[in-house]
Design a protein around this ligand. Structure first.
Ligand code: ZN
Length: 442
């Protein structure tokens, strides 16, 4: 019953930080140059790369398909995009950095005056050295993104626009890795795959979730674990539209993004606020002994917006490091692989494993000998490790589990009320079950 939860704990404790950090960072660097968007070859290339880590199935949904209140958009293909100045100098070029073309830009070729060009340029006056990340998903237009310092120096004259792109019927691609469980309850981990050359947001999330899927894939969990790699917003909406029935089985989930910067861990609660996943994440962060932050749900951010829309109201929170929009490099050319730290990615992965351990191992057990304390010594459970302080914690965990396992309290309730780590509580429950003093949840 409890094998996968214990295996998740062992995986979290046994992470080889140096090797895994190097592997995750190498994945980020490999994903970084690919020009992803909400549709198109960049997403497919990225998912194929991640297939080297976990068995991710690619799903293709045709353009024009109605999904909830939306429609799957056209597929975008970028061949090249350059902006040439009056003297022929290269002002912007997607080949050197794909952020320099407006993501999902319509095609355009022609000579324009600076005045005509201006409405098609995007820059950041407050960060003049950085190229912003901008998109034109739901309004067809063409454009370039460039450092404000470059833009301000542009002189009047004729500019050559060469945007060789296609917006045509095709499909939206998303990835899905499923680890089947013994029950039909599900745990959902979702990450967005639509950002082009932005490392922390979200090559880091893609790489981390793929490695998480690989680790969980080696287990035989109680619950089915589903790992989604979806284009932001439209991808999550597409998955929800195609899996409406399944959503009722989601027992808990997390949206992964910005998992690799040096900032502290941040947990954003689900819309429900006190779902098991919210309590599990808080428990993990509290016992991690590291600085962290907890935020209430807001209908903004990543795809928790879709999973927590009122019609679904899934128990899905979001575990990130620095939240969206709160680091200076966010959605700019400053979000490079150098911003992503191997040790941060490993730390975030460890916390994901710990949250999954709690979700997997939680349950409401029943004490079979609730009248007076059962005699633990006779059953070899009292002081079995020899009076060490660890043994004391073990005994306290057993006493708490016995006392609260009246059919109304889960192991997570026991952990919260006792102040003990969930792992100790779960192990105590297993020992008590072995001695016939507890019966497992149905
Ligand atoms: Zn983003």
């Amino acid at each position: 019953m409890d094998g996968a939860a214990e295996a998740l704990r062992e995986a979290a404790d046994g992470l080889d930080a140096a090797a895994l950090g190097a592997e995750l960072h190498a994945q980020v660097r490999a994903l970084y140059p690919l020009c992803r968007s909400i549709t198109g070859e960049g997403v497919r290339q990225s998912l194929r790369l991640l297939q080297g880590l976990a068995p991710i199935a690619l799903h293709e949904v045709p353009s024009g398909t109605a999904v909830l209140d939306w429609v799957v958009p056209k597929e975008w293909t970028l061949r090249s995009a350059r902006l040439l100045g009056p003297d022929g100098q290269v002002v912007a070029d997607a080949a050197r950095l794909n952020l320099e073309v407006l993501n999902y830009s319509a095609p355009f070729r022609g000579m324009v005056s600076l005045e005509e060009l201006e409405p098609h340029l995007h820059s950041l006056p407050e960060a003049p050295a950085l190229v912003p990340y901008r998109t034109s998903y739901y309004r067809e237009e063409w454009g370039f993104c460039l450092p404000h310092a470059v833009r301000s120096a542009l002189r009047p004259g004729r500019y050559g626009v060469e945007i060789d792109t296609t917006l045509a019927e095709g499909s939206l691609t998303y990835g899905e890795a499923v680890v089947p469980g013994a029950t039909d309850e599900e745990v959902l981990i979702s990450t967005h795959v639509c950002h082009p050359s932005l490392a922390n947001d979200n090559c880091a999330g893609m790489a981390m979730v793929a490695v998480l899927a690989r680790i969980v894939g080696a287990l035989r969990p109680r619950r089915t674990h589903r790992f989604l790699f979806v284009p932001g917003t439209i991808g999550a909406i597409t998955w929800l539209a195609r899996n409406r029935e399944r959503t009722a089985r989601v027992a808990g989930g997390l949206v992964a993004a910005c998992v690799g910067d040096a900032g502290r861990l941040t947990y954003k609660r689900s819309r429900r606020g006190t779902a098991d996943v919210d309590r599990a994440a808080l428990h993990v962060l509290r016992h991690a002994g590291v600085d962290h932050d907890v935020r209430d749900f807001t209908p903004y951010g990543y795809d928790e917006r879709q999973y927590c829309s009122p019609g679904f109201d899934l128990p899905v929170g979001s575990l990130t490091r620095t939240p969206y929009g709160e680091y200076p490099e966010y959605h700019t050319s400053g979000d490079t692989p150098a911003l992503v730290r191997p040790e941060s990615m490993v730390d975030t992965l460890r916390r994901y494993l710990e949250v999954l351990e709690v979700l997997e191992g939680n349950g409401t057990w029943v004490n079979t000998a609730p009248f007076g304390e059962p005699q633990l010594g006779r059953r070899g459970l009292y002081g079995s490790v020899g009076g060490k302080s660890h043994a004391r914690a073990e005994q306290m965990a057993m006493l708490w589990v016995l006392n609260l396992s009246d059919g109304r309290h889960s192991l997570l309730d026991v952990a919260e009320r006792s102040g003990l780590r969930f792992t100790e509580v779960r192990r105590a429950a297993r020992a008590l079950e072995g001695a016939g003093l507890l019966v497992a949840p149905r």
